[in-house]
Ligand binder design. Structure first.
Ligand SMILES: Nc1ncnc2c1ncn2[C@@H]1O[C@H](COP(=O)(O)OP(=O)(O)OP(=O)(O)O)[C@@H](O)[C@H]1O
Length: 219
């Protein structure tokens, strides 16, 4: 599903993040990436999302190679094939939970009736059927992150990227969010990378890799 070969990235000679990094992720596989602060975990996710460019190397998803020289195609790739879950949720405050979840479908040109119906079903799947009309400001942290997971997966992305998704949550909410993330990734058969500092979050992954010494290796 996801095949990364020889990926290199540095921000000048003093910040060589990785060099010849390889990574494979199968459909429905959840891989946790751990590593020291500043080792380049977020940068790796940003490259895979087409938000940043590697210095060298290739990223292939379902056999198609990302073209990092073409901004328009990268934007299309991001919109159609990537689901991103951020530590701070990034829900749009002036939209309801339902409208937030439906947003990727709107950006991909899906008609309102269809996208609202799918968003309703997605909120039901994350246990939030009763919060459809809620504004993000009225949701608990755990609820907001489950809305963000529903939104990240609504357009059936092939790649799900989660950057410290439980970093702002208490233990109980973190547990629910991680269970939801794992369940939805398994159901959608997306390849998923979870960047985390939390041993508990890493424990829900199928594999744990450590980014260290400019490489990824089994933790
Ligand atoms: N656009 C940029 N320009 C210059 N340096 C950058 C840029 N983005 C990131 N860096 C540097 O690259 C290093 C890795 O950053 P990154 O955020 O990927 O690390 P991380 O492993 O995710 O860290 P943390 O666990 O603290 O979130 C840091 O030293 C950071 O300052």
């Amino acid at each position: 599903m996801l095949e990364v070969r020889g990926l290199a990235k540095s921000y000048g000679p003093a910040t060589r993040l990785f060099d010849a990094l390889d990574l494979d992720c199968a459909p429905g596989e959840l891989v946790a990436v751990i590593g020291e602060s500043g080792s380049g975990k977020s940068t790796l996710l940003n490259i895979l999302a087409g938000l940043d460019r590697p210095d060298a190397g290739t990223v292939r998803v379902e056999g198609a190679t990302l073209d990092f020289s073409d901004d328009d195609r990268l934007a299309l790739w991001r919109r159609s094939s990537v689901g991103f879950v951020f530590q701070s949720f990034h829900l749009l405050p002036y939209l309801s939970a339902l409208e937030n979840v439906a947003l990727p479908l709107a950006l991909n040109g899906v008609a309102p009736a269809v996208r609202h119906e799918r968003a309703r079903a997605a909120l039901d799947q994350v246990g939030l059927a009763g919060r459809i009309d809620a504004s993000p400001g009225t949701l608990s942290g755990g609820e907001a992150q489950r809305v963000a997971i529903a939104r990240a997966l609504i357009h059936d992305p092939r790649l799900v990227l989660a950057d410290e998704p439980t970093g702002n949550l208490d233990e109980e909410n973190a547990g629910r969010v991680l269970d939801t993330l794992r369940e939805r990734v398994k159901a959608s058969r997306a390849a998923a990378l979870l960047v985390t500092h939390s041993p508990r979050a890493a424990a829900i992954a199928d594999r744990v890799l450590r980014l260290s010494g400019q490489r990824l290796s089994p933790a």
